[in-house]
Design a protein around this ligand. Structure first.
Ligand code: SF4
Ligand code: SF4
Length: 384
């Protein structure tokens, strides 16, 4: 799909990048059956191929309608299409460029609503008093300190997780203490930038990204082995930081260093001797977030860790399909989001598990809304 682009509201770099991504699509349609929104609506414009056409048209003609915006809004950014695509189309990056140019078609009221939600969710100081009323779980175990310190890691706090589910990072600290690993909190007074970026406000995202890169670079220089993320949605954003900069940008090399040093907690634990740990519950169903399987390409890793403790891997129907959480998507597109949640829970509950576990705070909270059994982060099972 050839595209010569020169859209006035985005940079030359983004025009070039969008042109390359669009050109890499060969219209084969293999991505259609694996797209959750196409599965639900059957409308080509709710598929990856249809959305690529809409973005191409918006970029080439400087024209897009509020109908195009709706189809783009309804995309979950799950990147299931990227996993399926035989041509390696980097759909997620194209989508972000498309979202930025289509923002102009939004009504003032909708813009204000989205701004308020985005600012509240991505600013911990604003979110804390609101989030307290929606708390999912409290800290349930005593803190453990390492007996000796073999290495040090930085642990990302996240913007909503410390308020809504503080037991997740508490459990990680206890698990790592048993492995003689010291945990330092990565300075983070704000979001990793994912929320702004996925909502088409890349200017705000880039300010956060640069501030995070500066803060974490200086903390890494003090000797931390890695930056650990316990929320796969934040992890994929940080790993993708280099894609946000041109190679000539002074931040490009710094972003590469941060990305290289960032690991999901599953990646980190998979290389360690876990014989000192135990699993508190074996009868669980694991939901693998899109950000872990399609974004970070770490499919199967959590379950391979759990099997070391006697967990038997279940084959979950449609495990590649999004649960409908998708960041702020569940707030703005609640109908599709709830349908996907119902479908996901039905598949996860087939074998009557006692608990559902996952790797991302957004999926956890979303699934818990419809689940009669507890939904937890899988690391919480290892804090016993
Ligand atoms: S699978 Fe890839 S190349 Fe084929 S239509 Fe979808 S995005 Fe384009
Ligand atoms: S990111 Fe997900 S919802 Fe969006 S087009 Fe791709 S598969 Fe469909």
């Amino acid at each position: 799909m050839h595209a010569e682009l020169n859209h006035r509201s985005i940079s030359e770099h983004d025009n070039k990048k969008a042109g390359q991504i669009i050109a890499s699509c060969v219209h084969c349609g293999f991505c259609l059956p694996t797209c959750p929104t196409y599965q639900l609506s059957g409308d080509e414009l709710d598929s990856p191929r249809g959305r690529i056409y809409l973005i191409k048209s918006a970029l080439e003609n400087n024209y897009h309608s509020s109908k195009s915006l709706k189809h783009i809004d309804q995309c979950l950014t799950c990147r299931s299409c990227e996993t399926t695509c035989p041509s390696g189309v980097e759909y997620g990056q194209l989508l972000e460029i498309g979202r930025e140019i289509m923002e102009s078609k939004r009504s003032k009221l909708q813009t204000l609503y989205r701004y308020t939600v985005r600012k509240t969710l991505s600013t911990p100081i604003l979110f804390k008093p609101v989030g307290y009323f929606f708390r999912h779980s409290k800290v349930v175990s005593k803190s453990i300190k390492p007996k000796s310190v073999k290495s040090t890691v930085l642990l990302m706090g996240g913007c909503v997780q410390p308020t809504l589910a503080p037991n997740i990072n508490h459990s990680i600290k206890n698990i790592l203490a048993k492995l003689d690993i010291e945990v330092l909190e990565a300075s983070q007074s704000e979001c990793c930038g994912a929320l702004d970026q996925h909502m088409g406000v890349s200017g705000d995202a880039m300010k956060k990204v640069k501030r995070n890169i500066d803060k974490w670079s200086s903390q890494l220089n003090d000797g931390a082995e890695v930056i650990l993320s316990s929320a796969s949605g934040c992890g994929v954003m940080i790993k993708d930081y280099p894609k946000l900069f041109e190679e000539s940008d002074p931040y490009f090399e710094k972003a590469k260093a941060i990305s290289f040093k960032t690991q999901d907690i599953a990646e980190f634990l998979s290389s360690k001797d876990l014989s000192k740990l135990q699993l508190s519950e074996l009868n669980v169903s694991y939901h693998e977030p899109c950000t872990l399987q399609h974004g970070q390409k770490l499919s199967g890793l959590v379950e391979s860790i759990l099997t070391q403790f006697g967990y038997i891997k279940n084959s979950i129907k449609d495990s590649h399909i999004c649960c409908g959480s998708a960041g702020a998507y569940s707030i703005f597109e609640s109908e599709i989001s709830n349908q996907l949640m119902v479908n996901k829970l039905e598949n996860l509950n087939v074998l009557n598990p006692k608990m559902i576990v996952t790797s991302n705070i957004g999926c956890l909270l979303h699934l818990q809304k419809g689940s009669s059994i507890p939904v937890k982060h899988w690391v919480e099972l290892l804090d016993v």
